[in-house]
Design a protein around this ligand. Structure first.
Ligand code: DC
Length: 233
């Protein structure tokens, strides 16, 4: 990957990157945004920050009415610089807090609440509408920005995803990690509001046997091809 990107072409469009966790989505999305010289939007970080608010307030994540009330009074913001993450809750940095096990365990319940989704999706659309963006999440290509020039759905075999997650967490119990991944995927895929699914028109990329750089190169090519096809249409 070139380190000096100042002369690299700028991608003028939106890339919607969806898929379950452990597929390399966050790393790929951030690197892709650097390569394409666009904004980077981590929508999972927004749902995680909302979950921090819920847990700090002592609200039960399983109580959708209380969750909606709590989150509606809070200001969740994410930075869009692919070189530097920043997530804030009411103006205070929560970059460490959003990655705790307690937040990971509760975020599926919080993100299933329709009012929470409506609030955060409205913000996501404002960000994406303001400039070219690589946005990652579960519903970007299906709900947030269905007109994205490129929609990609990343997948990976379950054993590979569990191994990647174990590496991130520094934990050795693969079967426990597999179980918790499966629980979160099942919850995210079966909820009523914007369930995780492959969006119409998305290119599915199985990352099980690919390195991160290979995935990024592939997506750079697909992205520029998508805008040049759109220009000709
Ligand atoms: O990508 P992540 O693990 O940081 O996402 C955290 C949770 O947020 C995940 O369980 C599903 C949810 N999420 C969502 O429902 N919609 C999105 N666009 C992004 C994340």
């Amino acid at each position: 990957m070139p380190t000096d990107l100042s002369e690299a072409p700028v991608f003028r469009g939106v890339v919607a990157l969806d898929g379950p966790s452990g597929t390399g989505k966050s790393t790929v999305a951030r690197l892709l945004a650097r390569r394409l010289r666009t904004q980077y939007l981590d929508t999972g970080a927004m749902y995680r920050a909302a979950t921090v608010a819920v847990l700090r307030a002592g609200v039960d994540p399983a109580d959708p009415v209380a969750v909606a009330a709590e989150v509606s009074g809070r200001r969740v913001e994410v930075g869009t610089d692919p070189w530097h993450s920043s997530t804030t809750l009411d103006g205070r940095g929560v970059d460490q807090d959003i990655r705790t096990a307690a937040v990971t365990a509760a975020v599926s319940q919080v993100s299933a609440v329709p009012a929470v989704r409506a609030q955060l999706v409205a913000q996501q659309r404002l960000i994406i509408g303001s400039a070219p963006t690589v946005a990652e999440g579960r519903d970007i290509g299906s709900v947030v920005w269905p007109d994205a020039e490129l929609k990609v759905y990343l997948t990976a075999r379950e054993d590979v995803r569990a191994r990647r997650r174990a590496g991130e967490l520094g934990e050795a119990d693969l079967s426990r990690i597999s179980q918790s991944l499966r629980r979160r995927d099942d919850f995210d895929s079966s909820r009523g509001a914007s369930p995780l699914r492959r969006p119409d028109g998305a290119t599915e990329v199985d990352t099980s046997d690919l390195g991160i750089d290979e995935v990024v190169e592939l997506l750079v090519e697909l992205a520029f091809r998508a805008v040049s096809t759109a220009d000709r249409a």
